[in-house]
Design a binder for this molecule. Structure first.
Ligand code: NAP
Length: 265
């Protein structure tokens, strides 16, 4: 079911590339959606339960001259991925008369801050399902819909390079995503598909209860450890995701690109 279905594109119009962004309704995903739209991409974006936020993101893309469809997706439920792929197929056909995506951006995610000693099995399982199992099996399901020469972007974290107490489980999953990036780059390379990771530093969003944004003491401590002297903003990340999908990045394959303002150098 689509939250908003635009009228089909006129048959004569040159088609803009279509990118699927998970969790594109808010935070870094929403920011990437807007930068992509500005740079000439159309969007299939997902939201988990807030259809209103999905509609707002679609409206933002339209205001920037693009086309977008919002679809519900809970990435923690891999059993729903086959149905989701069907919804994507229908959306491509309905809104663009297309049968292929040009790129996938695996952005949806949660933060759980818990000391290693007290992290529960349920917390680890949830982080695994959302951050590692979902990119793995969602890409597997969507692979027939991704065009040859397309692109996949994973979202990792600066926390795989440096450490902060309380992020053992989260960062371990993001580390897995970085390894997955290199394996997919190798296995999908023969189809011309590029697979890369963007690793943000601490960014002020709702993430992890909004700690980086709302805890002034934490924000100041992180800023002091950042070469550029502040914590990140969503506008520091969306453009990096969008840049990776540009043709000029066509020789960048299997890489982790950190956008952290130089945290803990
Ligand atoms: P955010 O503001 O909390 O937004 C998270 C997004 O992911 C929302 O769109 C949310 O959808 C979606 N999402 C969460 N769980 C989901 C699920 N089970 N199924 C589908 N969608 C789900 O966080 P953010 O800062 O934008 O983070 C985006 C990505 O960047 C994550 O992968 C995160 O690990 C990574 N990252 C963030 C930071 C940071 O400091 N912010 C740093 C490094 C990496 P709903 O709105 O429906 O909940």
């Amino acid at each position: 079911m689509t939250a908003s279905t635009p009228a089909p594109a006129p048959a004569s119009a040159a088609r803009r590339p279509i990118v699927l962004v998970t969790g594109g309704s808010r935070g870094l995903g929403r920011n990437a959606v807007e930068h992509l739209a500005r740079q000439g991409f159309d969007l299939v974006l997902t939201y988990r339960s807030r259809a209103d936020e999905g509609r707002a993101a679609v409206g933002a893309v339209q205001a920037l001259g693009g086309r977008a469809v919002a679809l519900p997706l809970d990435v923690a439920r891999s059993t729903g991925f086959a149905d989701f792929a069907d919804s994507v197929r229908q959306a491509l056909d309905g809104a663009w008369q297309a049968d292929r995506l040009d790129a996938l951006v695996h952005n949806a995610g949660i933060g759980i801050h818990a000391p290693f000693a007290t992290t529960t099995e349920a917390q680890l399982d949830e982080l695994f399902a959302i951050h590692l199992k979902a990119p793995f099996f969602l890409t597997q399901q969507l692979l027939p819909l991704l065009r040859d020469g397309g692109s996949i972007v994973h979202l990792s974290s600066g926390l795989t390079r440096f450490t902060q107490p309380g992020y053992a489980a989260y960062a371990a999953m993001k580390g897995g995503v970085e390894v997955l990036t290199r394996y997919l780059a190798r296995e999908l390379g023969p189809r011309g598909i590029r697979v890369n990771t963007v690793a943000p530093g601490a960014i002020a969003t709702d993430f992890g209860g909004g700690r980086v944004r709302d805890d002034a003491q934490l924000g100041a401590a992180l800023a002091a450890q950042t070469a550029l002297g502040r914590v990140g903003r969503p506008d520091d990340i969306g453009p990096v995701v969008a840049a990776l999908l540009q043709p000029g990045m066509g020789w960048v394959q299997g890489q982790r690109i950190e956008a952290s303002g130089g945290m803990f150098l």
